[in-house]
Design a protein around this ligand. Sequence first.
Ligand SMILES: [Zn+2]
Length: 536
Amino acid sequence: MSKKIKIIPLGGLEEVGKNCIAIEYSKDIIVIDLGVGFPSFELPGVKWLLPSIDYLQKNKKKIKALLITHGHLDHIGGVPYLWKKIGKPPVYATELTIAMLRDRLQEKKIYGVKFFQISPKQKFRLGANFTITPFHVVHNIPESVGFVIKTPIGKLVHTGDWKFDKDPADQPPVDKKFLKKIGDSNVLALLSDSTNAEVPGKTLPEKEVGNTIDSIVSQAKGRVIFTSFSSLISRIHQVFDICKKHKRKVAIAGFSIIQTVELVKKLNYFDIPKGLLINLKDIHNYSDQDILIIASGTQGEPNSTMTRIAKQEHEKISVKPNDTIVFSSSAIPGNELLIQKVMDCLIDQGADIIYKPVLGAGVHSSGHACREELREMIDLVRPKFFIPIEGGNRMLAEHIKIAQSQGIDKKRCFLLNNGETIQMSQNKVTLLKKKNLTPLIVSGGKVKTLKRNIIKERLEIARSGVCIINQKSSQKIEILFLGLFVEDAIIKQAAKKAKKLLKSHGKNKKGRREIKKRFGDYLLSKIGKKPIILVF
Ligand SMILES: [Zn+2]
């Protein structure tokens, strides 16, 4: 029997999102997280990115379990799409994570998942070779865990998303003594969250964020409209408590926040006193100083509640001059301009906007450890080998520098890409040949293989526009331009030109090719663009 562990990253390295790592020993594989990634503007028409599962599909029989660290979409979002494809493994997660995952599965009508509810420090065995001990970590969603994975040749520690918040809002701090004890028992490898490896210092304690929001709410002269990530249950909990204290009623606007509040009520996650939560349609029955609205849409998403309020398209909420609008969030990279536009519109309508860069950044705290915290984690766990995970290459490289500064030799740190497998014995690490990965996406509600040529076509359509030559009869030619600025006079001329070309070249394969070429050159001279041309 080979006495080696394989660590196989399938998503979440060289990028932020679609987290998924497989760990293999002999005939057993465990998979940690199966998330989605958020596509950039370079991938139009793509809803989600998914981890590549070629290796898991080939080794379905070995998979003993899917372990989930927490309920964020970049950790659970891939399950409804990929769980069946990887052999329907049992899923191990905490109560809240299971509830959130159940909602996602129900939405996609996926049934039959066998769940095992886990709790911090309650160990369990998987297959013949793994003993797992989950441990509580603070993150901006409750019930997040990391895993200590005991194998026959040593322990691995996978942190999941985490931070050391000395004063978290509705959860205990991380048990550092437990981590130190694990460190004392010789850890073979640490796999740790790198998201904020470039951010100096420590994360702002959630209770301080709560205090800032409290003072904003207490001083607000009119309504408060509060927006945050819908999964940030602890922040939403704080807002309910603050409203209770200041005798403001809470109304909810937006599907994702409504879903979160429903979940909180279902699990009895925190107490919402009777009468505190009111229906959005009833806000006009109260004076403005007695109302706080929690709204979804922190990222300027086109159809979100905040964007509709900003565009004056929301059926129940329009901005009033005395409104205080709090963005308790940060921009997901790429969304900055959209958010700025929403804020500009809100200010234009007279609202007072409070967001991260003002008031000393007090209204939001990241869920991911900053450099000082990352340093401390490495010191507590003192691993032999170090593998930064969850981050783009720049973040991973910075995290390795932090590990080196804490005395871990560079030769024992590994900056991996997705598909690069590490094989580890007690004393030696070998980097195996990079596995072939099929890039997967969700488009049109289905899992598809990402094909670069199709994306290229989509981008080409966006950049150059489309021109349709529609021959209705030998005399009647209709020209349609999509996504192009063309004057009526030129459309008329173009129709004449097309008619001539059709007459001389015909519509067989060769003729169409010739028409497209000549008509393309013609349009380039007339409108300065060579669109995609279709001939019917
Ligand atoms: Zn997370």
